[in-house]
Design a protein around this ligand. Sequence first.
Ligand SMILES: Nc1ncnc2c1ncn2[C@@H]1O[C@H](COP(=O)(O)OP(=O)(O)OP(=O)(O)O)[C@@H](O)[C@H]1O
Length: 425
Amino acid sequence: MSWINLAFDKLLQTNGDDRLRATYLRSLLTGAESAKEIRQFGLADWLSEMYRSTWLTATTRLWRARRNGLGPVVLTCLVMAPTIGGAFVLIGIDVAAGTLTLAGAVTMAQAVLRLQSFGVLGDAGTALARSTSVLGALVSLRLELGLPAIEPSRLKVPRATPSKSGEPAEVQFDRVSFRYPSRDTYAVNELSLRIPAGQSIAFVGVNGAGKSTLVKLLCGLYAPDEGEIRVDRADPAVDEAARRRVAVIFQDFVRYHLPLRDNIVLGAGDTDHALVERALTDAGGTALLERRGLSWDTVLSSEYDGGTDLSGGQWQRVALARALAAVAGGAGVLVLDEPTAALDVRAEAALFERFLEVTRGVTTILVSHRLSSVRHADRIVVLADPSGNERGIVEDGSHEELMRLGGRYAEMFSLQARRFAPVAR
Ligand SMILES: Nc1ncnc2c1ncn2[C@@H]1O[C@H](COP(=O)(O)OP(=O)(O)OP(=O)(O)O)[C@@H](O)[C@H]1O
């Protein structure tokens, strides 16, 4: 059995984590779930390069191993070909002479063909060579059997450096309307809004009011049917630089199976380590390093040797740190589209409050169903209810102003405050 163990080891060392990572990177680059975030953060080139180099590392080793193993295969073929050919000739001669029946010839031929099962051309070898599709399971099995771990190779990938304007951006929606092609009604209807540079603003409204659609329009993921959107006077739907000025964390943000550090500074070049640390601290995620004992190089997936997965709330802190790092890297607008939904009411409110504190002076857009979480924004806009005949924005002001107004926001806030009495003051 020692040769099986050897081949097993060789296969894993030839591919192992690199193959697994390359397959994962390919799924990130081609999957619908990660597409909007990859486009928004401008990660396509960075991830493509990482995929290319990871795949190349794995396959180069595989090619080398195959080349090394080619000698015995060629030698065996040279011996087997005349042996099998000669046997068939002898069978033919016997059949022609009438000393071997047709049934006998078929049986003999089968027996001769089974000769291939021996040695390097054998079934076991072929099956092993084809078993790369079960690599993930093999890696786990290896751990189960107590075999030593394979060290994942460290990637050194050149990364894109974002523009570093450092200034908060001004955002303008001018009579914007947008309808999804499959729908009869407008998701956003004649909405006008100017967000001065450095202001924090919250979008609130009933389900389906168009809050997330507005965020996607701002990210340039869709172009409006009518009206204009501008980020520092440039259109994010057509201008890559304007798009990169918007850092957004969606509710379904991507949980990258990459080291903790890369999860925070995705594609952000050789970022100063102090900046990454500050981003994690500001996002309230230092417990990951202190209590969970992670290092900056720990891959955030248990599928990798030494890797580990995080809880929903811990992932959200990593995603928030990513947003803060993007701002430090040059983004001028920060958008949080309900990325904290997995946190409880109290934790979300505390996090948003802290977030507004650390991003003071940055243009910030918050979307949350929990009004106690967004009450500290400089300004709150209530989007029209699409089921009525309203359009655009129906209320606009600070928490205090809207409460004094006694309109829709005040009604929604009081309703929630009764439900979450200890949180909403
Ligand atoms: N990809 C899509 N295709 C078709 N219709 C969509 C799509 N995404 C959203 N919609 C529709 O557009 C409208 C606005 O949706 P959107 O998600 O922007 O609202 P929202 O205010 O963010 O809602 P919620 O509070 O439930 O998150 C809804 O009627 C929704 O059903």
